[in-house]
Design a protein around this ligand. Structure first.
Ligand SMILES: [Zn+2]
Length: 178
């Protein structure tokens, strides 16, 4: 088990840290059971196309003419009017910060010095408040603001796999950076 103490950790709840690393290195007692569950998971046509386009460095949405809106991530059925959606439409890789969180905990729930910045971004070209959650980068936590304009930073083409993480993070959009 890790004996490390992190500065700033409350003294009233010292506990013993267990990290994913401790499990991998078999430093703690655990049981392992591999279920033989067999299943298939289909992303469906909307998400499949969305991820394929991300691999190509593009963000794509779907329109609902009835509701006059552009939906991203795309759906084949409109969740407002329950009708089928109509056209594919390419969107910009820029957007607006709708909400955000500054996390000083890593995925193992340990304190970290450099916080993880995440939030919801509405994508330019989609209807207002339509977008998705992602990381922010190339900015200080104190610079992050609701309403801030941001732009996607893509992984190099050869590293993209058809995932939302083909976008590394969103960085501040400086005037003329589009
Ligand atoms: Zn609709």
């Amino acid at each position: 088990m890790s004996e490390e103490r992190i500065e700033g950790q409350p003294k009233y709840a010292p506990g013993t840290h267990v990290r994913s690393k401790d499990i991998r290195e078999r430093k703690i007692t655990y049981t392992w059971w591999e279920p033989e569950a067999q299943y298939a998971f289909s992303l469906g046509p909307a998400n499949s196309r969305f991820l394929k386009e991300l691999k190509a460095g593009k963000i794509i949405g779907r329109t609902c003419r009835k509701c006059d809106r552009v939906i991203v991530p795309p759906r084949m059925f409109c969740d407002w009017c329950y009708d089928t959606t109509h056209e594919w439409v390419y969107l910009k890789d820029t957007g607006t910060v709708e909400t955000f969180s500054i996390s000083y905990l890593d995925p193992d729930a340990h304190l970290i010095e450099d916080p993880i910045l995440v939030g919801v971004i509405s994508i330019d070209g989609a209807s207002p408040k339509h977008g998705f959650m992602h990381y922010f980068g190339e900015m200080k936590p104190e610079d992050l603001r609701i309403g801030m304009k941001v732009k996607a930073v893509w992984k190099p083409k050869e590293e993209r796999v058809g995932s939302v993480t083909d976008i590394k993070y969103f960085k501040p959009l400086i005037g003329g950076d589009e």
